[in-house]
Design a protein around this ligand. Structure first.
Ligand SMILES: [Mg+2]
Ligand SMILES: [Zn+2]
Length: 202
């Protein structure tokens, strides 16, 4: 199974991530990549969000995604869903959870432009983070985007490493910033990032 691309109703015809066009003028970022579980929504302690009822946005996450949308950046989720390989997460359940996330975001005026999913187990692909295949697939589908004009926000070092390796700006939740809302503040220029940036700006 290839990495899955989820984008409502669109077939995989390049480029599937449309360039931001006019509304993006002045946007500092082409694409802001987001991890899903633990970044946008509450992580399920035992591993998988396998039911729409368990898909809960983290505080401030919906508004944060809406701010990114309004900035003109495309917002793309990159997520490992190993449960699809082990059988603990069915494709139907995954799709239902994805739909619920879209509904929760829409209720806050926010949307995802695309989601790239690794459905594989450990060691059987080049897309399970910390590998960079999900990012590369998205960039291939967005030939207008430049990696150095992209950013990645995630809650695990394995989210950050592949994005940094491609030259993206990265923000690790719990280390650089507390949460997605704070990450978006930093990315959109309202706040400096991390202790180093604080020192530099003083
Ligand atoms: Mg995560
Ligand atoms: Zn994979």
């Amino acid at each position: 199974m290839d990495a899955l691309l989820v984008r409502g109703g669109r077939s995989r015809v390049e480029p599937v991530i449309p360039s931001p066009a006019a509304e993006s003028e002045g946007s500092a970022y082409d694409i802001v990549f987001l991890d899903r579980d633990g970044t946008v929504n509450v992580r399920v302690p035992d591993g998988y969000v396998d039911d729409p009822e368990r898909m809960l946005l983290l505080p401030g996450a919906g508004a944060a995604v809406a701010r990114l949308n309004a900035s003109g950046a495309r917002v793309v989720v990159v997520t490992n869903q190993r449960g699809l390989a082990t059988g603990r997460l069915t494709r139907a359940a995954y799709d239902a959870v994805t739909g619920r996330l879209a509904d929760l975001l829409a209720a806050e005026g926010a949307h995802l432009d695309a989601t790239y999913v690794c459905p594989h187990d450990h060691g059987e692909c080049v897309c399970r983070k910390p590998a960079d295949g999900l990012f590369r697939a998205a960039l291939a589908d967005a030939p207008w985007a430049r990696a150095h004009r992209c950013a990645m926000v995630g809650d695990m070092p394995s989210d950050i490493a592949p994005a940094r390796g491609l030259g993206m700006r990265t923000l690790l939740l719990g280390v650089d910033v507390p949460d997605l809302a704070a990450a978006v503040e930093v990315l959109l220029g309202d706040a400096p990032a991390g202790p180093g940036a604080l020192a530099r700006s003083s």
